[in-house]
Ligand binder design. Structure first.
Ligand code: GLN
Length: 287
């Protein structure tokens, strides 16, 4: 009994210390004291962030460099799994997240978002020989035009874990056309595969493990381009219709109020002086 009690006591202490550590490190960014600004991202999301050799490149990287420069800070970039980003911001491990991250109500409970700096579109990628031409081939709609269920529940869907594509096809949201899958967790586990990166999901699509990947439009275009051969053929293509529109923004710790204000100020200046457009058009060519 005594041994059991001391184990319990030890556990209570460890948990208590963990809490203390978390609350300490989540005081937010001390703008006047800090000289370094740590950006967190998942560098497998071109053209927003990827790696060219050892170097980070992309829209978010250039925006972060510009923010750091205008705020007089040294930028450090950390590359982690997408699903570690929000927790890392919450615990104060990183100062700001730029990761083509969509503003969602759920995420707003954990972090603060800056003003939006870009629009994202979710699309579906299929194999080029797929029977699907448009997202209307996937869904049954209600009278108001909202997707309510899948036409073919045998279809295998690939998503990148914890991204919005994962959220739309997941159990706790309705209105995205996956309601019937969500009624039964075992069907869902069988049908929806959650990959660590978008690139992994696309590989699974190419090898026939899944039939469709839900992903952001610009990375989708990059994946199609990088899979296109010399004669312009690609084993994958993007369905014509868009699935949904989203806002991308920078996430910071809820207590980093000064940093958030400064970031919004710089974003405003970058919008007004054309820097933001210039950065985006370096990577996304007008069609
Ligand atoms: N925009 C998507 C999201 O925020 C995907 C982002 C990403 O994969 N980097 O969930």
């Amino acid at each position: 009994m005594r041994k059991f009690l001391s184990v319990v006591m030890a556990l209570v202490m460890v948990v208590g210390m963990a809490f203390a550590a978390t609350s300490c490190s989540s005081k937010g960014y001390d703008f006047d004291k800090e000289t370094e600004l740590v950006m967190v991202t998942n560098a497998a999301f071109p053209p927003y962030e990827s790696k060219s050799g050892d170097e980070f490149v992309g829209i978010d990287i250039d925006i972060a460099k510009e923010i750091a420069k205008r705020l007089g800070k040294t930028l450090r970039i950390e590359d982690v799994d997408f699903n570690s980003i929000i927790t890392g911001i919450e615990t104060g491990k990183y100062d700001m997240a730029l990761a083509g991250m969509t503003v969602t109500e759920e995420r707003k409970k954990s972090v603060s978002f800056s003003d939006s700096y870009a629009t994202g579109i979710q699309v579906m990628i299929v194999r080029s020989d797929s029977q699907y031409q448009s997202i209307d081939d996937f869904f049954n709609y209600d009278e108001e035009g909202n997707p309510v269920s899948l036409k073919n529940t045998d279809i295998k869907i690939g998503v990148q874990q914890t991204t919005t594509g994962d959220i739309y096809s997941s159990a706790d949201v309705t209105g995205w056309g996956f309601n019937d899958l969500n009624e039964d967790e075992s069907i869902k586990t069988d049908r929806v595969t959650r990959y660590k990166t978008g690139a992994d999901a696309v590989e699974a699509l190419k090898t026939g493990k899944v039939d469709v990947v839900i992903i952001d439009n610009e990375p989708a275009k990059s994946f199609v381009a990088s899979n296109t051969d010399g004669s312009g053929n690609s084993p994958i293509r993007i369905l014509e219709t868009e699935y949904t529109n989203e806002d991308y923004a920078i996430a910071v710790n809820k207590n980093s109020t000064v940093l958030l204000e400064k970031i919004n100020q710089v974003l405003k200046e970058m919008k007004e002086d054309g820097t933001l457009d210039r950065i985006i058009s370096t990577y996304i060519k007008a069609e």
